[in-house]
Ligand binder design. Structure first.
Ligand code: ATP
Length: 354
């Protein structure tokens, strides 16, 4: 599928009058396909906000190319379109933030209507559109309320309705759930997912919370010190994190590492082998342990087991210790692969042996 956002070798350096330059973003390549929910995670100061602000040129890059929906917005140190065209392109990119940035003196409906002020549609059409948008975010009955009368989650819904007023193809969510309690956080994330499905909306989700990414994203980039240190399909990155920071974000696997460290894995007997098995719980219906025992006659102990829901897919991770002779152990990998299970001999993997 075509990339709707393409950031190519993008860098942003802030020159300080006093002190050293801040290299907020360094040589980042990020390709977002239409329909993606792309999570960008990293701790505070990693450069996430600066990076996404280049997508609509709220932040001009120091270096690199920004292409959005087929139009090159920035290249060779220059904005490639005039300011009027840029304003129009920016309407294709909605944004929501941690602080909802609503106008408190005006009603919910007026807040959304405000985003349509440049639009050429009639007043009646605009009013109907506002109600439709409020309905879409589950707030039709709050049209005449004022923002202060709403909960944080509801205020963020108003901000989402406003961000969608110009029918953007892209929504950038910059820590939009960071000020919300866990229940409201999940409801807002579920709403974003719903909008992604219903409208085909592409979402770039900036957050320091891995749980938010796990709940809704299909792709992930991990940022540290202005650099994207790891990126790709959520399931792949989640299940096989390469970088230390990614492993820190990936709570489940980190728990697995801790568990494994507590076993004395350096002293496995010659007839013992440790495997990591990863499987989609939707695809694997048989008991893996039972099948190994029944078909190969090997002894299997489970050292660690966990099920995570990634996107909509329940994914299981287990560490199993298998005892058997050389021939039996050699057959384990083939048998598990036949069952649609991803299997890794732990000796083959540096990260567990750190
Ligand atoms: N306008 C600016 N001038 C100078 N330095 C800046 C500017 N904006 C951001 N920075 C610096 O760039 C780095 C990246 O900041 P950025 O806000 O992009 O990080 P972040 O990952 O979004 O973190 P947070 O979630 O805390 O906003 C930080 O060191 C920050 O202090």
């Amino acid at each position: 599928m075509a990339n709707i956002i393409d950031l190519d070798n993008l860098s942003v350096t802030f020159h300080q009058k006093k002190g050293a330059d801040v290299k907020a973003v360094q040589h980042v390549n990020l390709q977002v396909e239409k329909g993606d929910i792309y999570g960008v995670v990293g701790y505070s100061g990693a450069g996430k906000s600066t990076l996404v602000r280049t997508i609509n040129l709220l932040q001009k890059p120091t270096e690199g190319t920004v292409t959005v929906a087929g139009t090159v917005l920035f290249k060779d140190g220059q904005q490639q379109i005039d300011n009027k065209e840029l304003q129009a392109k920016r309407r294709n990119i909605g944004m929501i933030f941690q602080h909802f940035n609503l106008l408190n003196e005006t009603t919910v409906a007026e807040n959304v209507l405000f985003a349509l002020k440049h639009s050429s549609i009639s007043d009646d059409e605009a009013e109907a559109k506002v109600l439709k948008l409020l309905d879409l975010v589950g707030l039709k009955d709050k049209a005449n309320a004022y923002p202060v009368q709403l909960s944080g989650g509801e205020q963020q819904r108003v901000a989402i309705a406003r961000a969608l007023a110009n029918d953007p193809e892209i929504l950038i969510s910059d820590e939009a759930t960071s000020a919300l309690d866990p229940r409201n956080t999940n409801q807002i994330l579920d709403l974003l997912k719903d909008l992604n499905k219903k409208l085909g909306l592409t979402v770039v989700l900036i957050t320091h919370e891995m749980d938010a990414v796990k709940r809704v994203a299909n792709k992930i980039a991990v940022m540290q010190h202005g650099v994207v240190i790891e990126q790709g399909n959520l399931r792949d990155v989640y299940l096989r994190p390469k970088e230390e920071l990614t492993r820190q974000f990936v709570g489940g696997s980190l728990a697995a590492i801790e568990t494994l460290r507590s076993f004395d894995l350096g002293h496995l007997a010659p007839n013992e082998q440790l495997f990591q098995v990863v499987f989609s719980a939707n695809n694997v219906t048989k008991s893996i342990i039972l099948e190994l025992y029944k078909q190969l006659g090997v002894d299997v102990s489970m050292l660690y087991g966990n099920i995570e829901v990634l996107g909509d897919e329940p994914v299981g991770t287990m560490f199993i210790l298998v005892k058997g002779d050389e021939k039996q152990l050699a057959s384990v990998v083939d048998l598990l692969k036949d069952q649609n299970v991803e299997v890794t001999k732990i000796d083959d993997r540096g990260i567990w042996n750190d």
